[in-house]
Design a protein around this ligand. Structure first.
Ligand SMILES: NCc1[nH]cc(CCC(=O)O)c1CC(=O)O
Length: 320
């Protein structure tokens, strides 16, 4: 890759939701700062994941609901890079695409939003809690079986609108989305990882490119956050080894624990929250993926294999 090359124009493919646009503009600003004079444009697109709003994502199934249309734009050369919430990026990218950069991470935690209640503990018997993910649902059910969890889909504004309309007593969503859109004041409590272990990649931005665009990969290199890259590599390895499905309650969260050590925690649960299997391990940052694979193996051995099988999810066989 030539170090003298300088991008003259870059087109960023992005979803058109307010959060996605914030994230794409953020990357556009980073690129403009790094490459003064480079023209950076956004190509706004609607994905299947944005269109299907009447079903929970786990029921829609299918991988890459939020990224496929963006990949088509990369493939056709209409865009040079696509900015994604890393959480929405499938564990295995289709042939010909690569995850060129993972950016510094925002708040990784889930947050409780409610107009009446300060915390999950404060919610009374039968209170209706909205969430869009099986991962959150199972963890809440496990600890607060008296709450009534109801599905909640749509972009951030839609979800807050449903809360404000009184459809829910409280909702749980990613803290970072609210913070990025200037709505941090709506957060009543940030749920610590011990209460709601985050999803693999939560809060991080991933930039996808066509694998043959080594020029773009080179231009993105200065934006990469090595610490976040290692953390999400471990997290995504857990998810990948467990089949990478959003149809199972699955969480994976890695922190840097001292200089060069990662502390990885993961869990697999039954959707009703009656069984929650947890595993954690420390390992060298340099071996992030191995750490993820080992934690996944521990979960599988402890009963995750049976849970996944019960849900009809195929677990990739381990190599070597
Ligand atoms: N699945 C939708 C999605 N993808 C990324 C985010 C928020 C930003 C992030 O977690 O990186 C959200 C919304 C949510 O989970 O509340």
């Amino acid at each position: 890759m030539s170090t003298t090359s300088f991008p003259r124009k870059l087109v960023i493919a992005t979803r058109a939701s307010r959060l996605a646009l914030w994230q794409a503009h953020h990357v556009a600003d980073l690129l403009r700062n790094r490459y003064p004079g480079c023209e950076v444009e956004l190509l706004e697109m609607t994905t299947r994941g944005d269109q299907i709003l009447d079903r929970t994502l786990s029921k829609v199934g299918g991988k890459g609901l939020f990224v496929k249309e963006l990949e088509t734009a990369l493939h056709d050369g209409r865009a040079d890079l696509a900015v994604h919430s890393l959480k929405d990026v499938p564990m295995e990218l289709p042939e010909g695409f690569s995850l060129a950069a993972v950016l510094p991470r925002g708040d990784v935690h889930d947050a409780l939003v409610s107009s009446r209640y300060d915390s999950l503990e404060a919610l009374p018997e039968g209170a209706v809690v909205g969430t869009s993910s099986l991962r959150r649902e199972a963890q809440i059910r496990a600890r607060w079986p008296h709450l009534d969890i109801k599905p909640l889909r749509g972009n951030l504004d839609t979800r807050l609108g449903k809360l404000d309309a009184g459809e829910y007593d409280a909702i749980v969503l990613a803290a970072t989305g609210l913070q990025r859109l200037g709505m941090a004041e709506r957060i009543r409590t940030v749920l610590p990882a011990a209460l709601s272990l985050p999803a693999a990649g939560q809060g991080a931005l991933g930039i996808e490119i066509r694998a043959d665009r080594t020029d773009v990969a080179g231009w993105l290199a200065p934006l990469v956050c090595p610490a976040t890259t290692a953390r999400v590599a471990a997290e995504r390895a857990v998810s990948r080894a467990l089949g990478g499905s959003c149809q199972v309650p699955l969480a994976a969260y890695a922190e840097i624990d001292g200089g060069d050590t990662l502390w990885l925690r993961a869990l697999v649960a039954t959707p009703d929250g009656r069984t929650v299997l947890r595993a954690e391990q420390r390992g060298a940052i340099a071996d992030a993926e191995v750490l993820g694979t080992e934690v996944a193996a521990a979960l599988l051995q402890d009963g995750a294999a049976a849970i996944l099988e019960g849900l009809g999810i195929e677990v990739p066989s381990r190599q070597g």
